[in-house]
Ligand binder design. Sequence first.
Ligand code: GLA
Length: 355
Amino acid sequence: MRHSNTRLEHTPREGRSVQAFAPGRVNLIGEHTDYNDGLCLPFAVERGITVTAEPASGAAIEAHAEDLGERDSFELGAESGAGEGWRRFVRGAAAELQREGIELRGCRLTISGDIPLGAGLSSSAAVCVALCLALCEIAEASPPGRIPLARLCSRVENDWTGAQTGLLDPLASLCGERGQAVRIDMRGPELRPVPLDLRGHLLAVLDSGASHDLSADSGYNERREECRAACRALGIDSLRDATSEAGLPDPLDRRVRHVISENERVDATVAALERGDLDEVGALLDASHRSLRDDYEVSVPEVERAVETCRQAGALGARIMGGGFGGSVLALFPPGAQLPPGAVRVEPGPAARLL
Ligand code: GLA
């Protein structure tokens, strides 16, 4: 992929502070497929997380989460142990970068953002990506390439916060492009930009108000375990290779049906976008929502209300987005539509970068 407009690589600059920005993401379609080696169609949004790093003497990292008014500090090489919530991202990013052989330096970090937390726009991947870029830049070290860096961020979430999230969010943050969605085939992974020409239609997200939770004992991790159980029952390594749910016990059969049909909907959406058939894109969003609600069972009443609000406002399609159990709804509105109160228009913006 081309990333001519974004800079990840370190360029030397003595003793000055540095800034990195990483966007959140919207996933147009392809939900709960990333950890099943499947297909997704996300785009990076304009909003995200900014991390400023200032040089400091010694080997301590001092971090300030500006929006939360909270602080943390630790010595490099002693990241484990204490740390809750956002602190785990800072400690995990520092530890995983060092594990890759990157020599970090003591610094002061300030984290701030204009993306809602817990709303399903992947603020956590954005925090992680922005932290990694800032930590490398202040240490005058080159960060890993985009795909290895996405894997590293995923390890931070998996091993340091207990959320078994996949590569969708960090890849979208690191590889988005203005005006484009990205078709990601998680086998590889292989990425291909798909122009998001909406012909005057609008995409918007509406926060359901129910904060989603992907932590260790969440429904999200339970779904992942169900997918592994289905693989064992089918004698395959990945649900990407599943061709039918026949013969599986409930609810595993419905989980597999979702994954098979959602992969198909991703390519149907790419084809509909290429033909400029936005009505069909709306119908596919609705079909994805039904599948996530009935087969994958990741919806909650607040989300159903938000979907209904979007439909009442004339949406051509609306669906739960991200890990589920709360968070935001994504809806496609026809040209000239009046968005419902609280809905925020989203457009594809550029990837994570140094500022
Ligand atoms: C969350 C995870 C992603 C992905 C989605 C569901 O956003 O972070 O890895 O699994 O849920 O598609």
